[in-house]
Design a protein around this ligand. Structure first.
Ligand SMILES: Nc1ncnc2c1ncn2[C@@H]1O[C@H](COP(=O)(O)OP(=O)(O)OP(=O)(O)O)[C@@H](O)[C@H]1O
Ligand SMILES: N[C@@H](CCO)C(=O)O
Length: 309
């Protein structure tokens, strides 16, 4: 195989209570990438379509992630990368992570799959760090593994695959403002009250249990964030109204997607998710702020191969 085209999906990190550890994979939105072997050694980004991002290898998360796997594998060839970007950078649905995960997945395929998914996530994290200023795998893991994932530890990297309830749908709204992950991390407190920690870890445990037992009401109860949301929700206009509209129209719960500004809601069944999407659109239409919404099933597969030659 000399060339591969892949779909690298958008992802939702944190999932309310699981800051830096929980994430899930979306299906309807994602980037496409073409990666091909070259005789000339090294990593080159030859095209970025859609958004104005650096072509320079060491300034682009895709380039840095590609270098991480390339320097470890030491293959007898180089790689060039084309990125067809559909996920807006700074949207909170894992734009940078889709590039980092996609490229390492593709290079691994071109090399004959010498690495496992955890090793690929480790390489991708090196790229993600360029965007956010810290290494975290909560967007990368759901992209590479698919479904819901929990990052048990970063060093050594250990990722747990959680079950994906088949009738669970995510509705996303992306207000057209940019929140940089690095900035959204800087506003967080360094210490948290014990009572908040207790509430949060009770919710993380409950959410994992709910996924294992298909307990939708418990999943809804667990979608609470008493630590990060109070600080970051201030960066998102009409955040509380969106949440209220989603929940009063049947959503199990809502929260900030990654570091925002996107807001996610989870619903049981596509009909409810579509009703939630409409209610959220009504809230935002009145504000005059540009936005887009979409509803997606949870993508249990993760990154997909579109073609290869
Ligand atoms: N290939 C790339 N794709 C997207 N962003 C990139 C890429 N390479 C570098 N960047 C930089 O990364 C930053 C966007 O990443 P950031 O983590 O802030 O957003 P995000 O990935 O959409 O959010 P989140 O991780 O919260 O879902 C921008 O400053 C952008 O210039
Ligand atoms: N866990 C990360 C996800 C965004 O990259 C954060 O919330 O800062």
């Amino acid at each position: 195989m000399n060339q591969i085209k892949i779909f690298s999906p958008a992802t939702v990190a944190n999932v309310s209570c699981g800051f830096d550890v929980l994430g899930f994979c979306l299906d309807t939105v994602g980037d496409e990438m073409i990666i091909r072997k070259t005789v000339e050694k090294g990593i080159k980004i030859t095209k970025i379509d859609g958004f104005d991002l650096p072509l320079e290898t060491k300034k682009n998360v895709a380039g840095v992630a590609a270098l991480a796997i390339y320097e470890d594998a030491k293959p007898d060839c180089g790689f060039e990368i084309e990125i067809y970007k559909k996920i807006k950078p700074g949207s909170g649905i894992g734009s940078s992570s889709a590039s980092a995960s996609g490229v390492v997945f593709a290079i691994n395929e071109l090399l004959g799959k010498p690495y496992n998914k955890t090793q690929l996530s480790d390489f991708a994290m090196k790229g993600e760090a360029v965007a956010s200023g810290s290494e975290h795998a909560d967007n990368i893991a759901p992209g590479i593994f698919g479904g819901f994932t929990l990052v048990k530890s970063n060093q050594p990297l250990k990722i747990l695959e959680l079950p994906t309830p088949s009738n669970l749908y995510a509705t996303l709204i992306h207000p057209q403002i940019e929140v940089k992950t690095a900035e959204a991390r800087n506003i967080l407190p360094k210490n948290i009250p014990m009572q908040d920690a207790i509430t949060q870890w009770s919710n993380v445990g409950s959410l994992v249990h709910a996924l294992h037992t298909n307990d939708y009401p418990l999943l809804g109860e667990a979608l609470q964030d008493v630590i990060v949301e109070p600080h970051r929700s201030k960066l998102i206009p009409h955040y509380n109204e969106v949440k209220k509209a989603a929940i009063s129209n049947g959503a199990l719960g809502s929260g900030i997607s990654g570091s925002g500004p996107s807001i996610f809601s989870l619903s049981e069944g596509i009909e409810t998710a579509k009703k939630v999407e409409q209610a959220i659109q009504e809230v935002y239409t009145k504000t005059g702020i540009e936005f887009y919404t979409f509803t997606s099933k949870i993508n249990a597969e993760g990154i997909k191969i579109l073609s290869s030659e």
